[in-house]
Design a protein around this ligand. Structure first.
Ligand SMILES: NC(=O)c1ccc[n+]([C@@H]2O[C@H](COP(=O)([O-])OP(=O)(O)OC[C@H]3O[C@@H](n4cnc5c(N)ncnc54)[C@H](O)[C@@H]3O)[C@@H](O)[C@H]2O)c1
Length: 252
């Protein structure tokens, strides 16, 4: 099966902030939103390199930076329809095997990633409450849903870090918490849990991974973007507090 890369006009006119827009997934989210008729805002801690879209540098762990992002987008468009949390902050030690993770690194990575997402969610929810509606989409992972399949990392330098399991499972529940807390405010909060995304991983790993899937194995960014567009669109108007798993059956 070839992935549908046409975005239709699913998000016509919608102003959508993509945080982590310079990343593997974020870049395709921006593309899909623009092709879908929306106005993506390219937000990243790395100085954004785009002349096509409104681009703003943001650090999700800085309150003034997050507030400045919201103000700048509001100043340009007068409204914000949605935010996509796809930033992936981690420190230099991130990705170690379980017994090699220090307490300091564990806490720092949880704080950088989960703490940053909390900050964006809280400040955007405040803005959306004043605006009278809003849509928050948090990028989680299948590893927030299922236990690690350590066997697929054998013979590679890769692992599934303990911090990732803690962060991603928390992202899914933080999402549901907010969906419930923001009841009666026309603010939707959903998460997407993607499976692994193709990014020049070792062949042995790709084969081992694929054996656990239904068809394709590791996915392309567009496979996640297509589901994101659904959640951003009015076709998912009453989908709230949901975790949409996009993993070709890996976690089944
Ligand atoms: N790539 C995968 O296989 C995969 C699979 C499942 C879930 N995910 C999730 O999708 C999300 C995006 O992943 P990715 O692969 O695109 O990551 P990536 O590392 O390619 O991109 C992440 C982006 O976040 C930006 N960023 C880092 N710290 C930031 C900060 N403090 N403030 C603002 N921006 C910051 C980086 O500059 C980078 O552009 C992550 O939450 C990740 O866990 C990825």
């Amino acid at each position: 099966m070839v992935s549908d890369t046409t975005a239709g006009r699913m998000v016509e006119g919608k102003v959508v902030i993509v945080i982590g827009a310079g990343g593997l997934l974020g870049r395709d989210f921006v593309r899909g939103i623009a092709e879908g008729g929306g106005h993506p805002v390219f937000a990243d801690i790395v100085e954004p390199q785009t002349s096509e879209h409104l681009a703003i540098r943001v650090d999700i762990n800085s309150t003034p930076s997050v507030m400045a992002l919201i103000s700048a987008v509001h100043a340009r468009y007068g409204r914000i329809d949605a935010v996509v949390n796809s930033a992936y902050p981690r420190n230099a030690q991130y990705g170690r095997k379980f017994f090699d993770v220090t307490h300091e690194d564990f806490c720092e990575n949880i704080s950088l990633n989960l703490g940053g997402m909390f900050l964006v969610c809280q400040k955007m929810a405040e803005y959306f409450q004043k605006q009278g509606y809003g849509n928050i989409i948090n990028i989680a992972s299948i590893y927030g849903v299922t236990t690690p399949k350590f066997e697929i990392y054998e013979d590679t330098a890769m692992t599934m870090p303990i911090e990732y399991a803690a962060i991603k499972s928390a992202v899914i529940h933080l999402t549901k918490y907010m969906a419930k807390y923001l009841k009666d405010s026309l603010i939707r909060v959903n998460s997407i849990s993607p499976g692994g995304i193709l990014d020049k991983q070792p062949e042995a790993f790709l084969l081992a991974y694929k054996k656990l899937c239904s068809d394709k194995g590791m996915l392309d960014p567009v496979d996640v973007t297509n589901s994101l567009l659904f959640l951003l669109s009015d076709r998912s108007l009453y989908v709230n507090g949901h975790n949409l798993i996009v993993d070709d059956g890996f976690s089944v």
